[in-house]
Design a protein around this ligand. Structure first.
Ligand code: 97T
Length: 241
């Protein structure tokens, strides 16, 4: 999978070369390219923002650098198609508090794409025409991490790349560890314990020392249901939240 990131703070993404995703890149499974949006400016100050039409607080990101950057990145995905078996059009993701909420299902969907482009907005937002234009180059998704406010799309993009990247076949060594995790079966995870069996007067639940795998499996399922009821009732089918 190829992932391009457009940002005015490319060094935010240095952490993605570490550990799991770093290995995926060395192994050639993931081709991650972070680009500075200012590469596509031509004025002396490399300007990416301007005052909003109609007035209001803050600055808006200008459309021109975005247009040039998206043209270049989307055309290389069409080029790849002519040579290999890649898709013609990229999926273009703009993190936004006004987008659809990112979930494990979103991550699964996006992990099947050949080419993702993340556009990280700053300031009060991006000129609306950029989203319309991007839709002529690929599938556009506005995606929110949740109902809170960040300073820009960078941190949201990093979270999404990590969630998507670990679902690409070959990135996580043991694929079984993927299915056992929170959200993959719609429930929270069961509690885990390791040695010592008693620590600061607290014992590991007796059932886990029993060696009876059927009893352990049903205890874990009950723990998952109980935790989900208590902490995240919105995840259960009866809940109308
Ligand atoms: O608050 C934001 C500002 C810019 C880009 C994205 C966000 C955001 O994404 N998820 C929650 C908030």
């Amino acid at each position: 999978m190829r992932i391009d990131v457009l940002s005015i703070f490319p060094s935010y993404f240095d952490g993605l070369t570490l550990s799991l995703l770093g290995k995926a890149q060395s192994a050639g499974i993931l081709d991650l390219r972070v680009r500075d949006l200012r590469e596509w400016t031509s004025d002396r100050h490399r300007t990416v923002d301007d005052t909003p039409y109609g007035g209001g607080a803050g600055m808006v990101m200008k459309p021109e650098p975005w247009g040039l950057a998206l043209d270049e990145l989307a055309s290389s995905s069409a080029e790849a198609t002519r040579t290999a078996a890649a898709q013609t059009r990229p999926t273009i993701i703009f993190p936004s508090p006004a987008g659809e909420v990112f979930t494990q299902a979103t991550a699964r969907d996006l992990s099947t794409r050949d080419h993702l482009i993340f556009g990280c907005g700053r300031y009060e937002g991006i000129d609306e025409r950029v989203f319309e234009y991007a839709a002529s180059l690929g599938e556009v998704r506005l995606v929110s991490l949740g109902d809170y406010v960040l300073n820009g799309g960078e941190v949201a993009t990093m979270a999404m790349i990590e969630a998507i990247g670990r679902l690409i076949p070959g990135v996580v060594g043991n694929p079984e560890s993927l299915v056992e995790e929170s959200h993959e079966d719609g429930l929270l995870e069961y509690p885990s314990y390791t040695k010592p069996s008693v620590w600061r007067d607290r014992s590991v639940p007796e059932v886990l020392l029993s060696g009876n795998h059927a009893v352990i499996a049903s205890w874990r399922r009950e723990q998952q249901l109980e935790r989900t009821r208590r902490r995240r009732p919105d995840l259960l089918p009866e809940d109308d939240a």
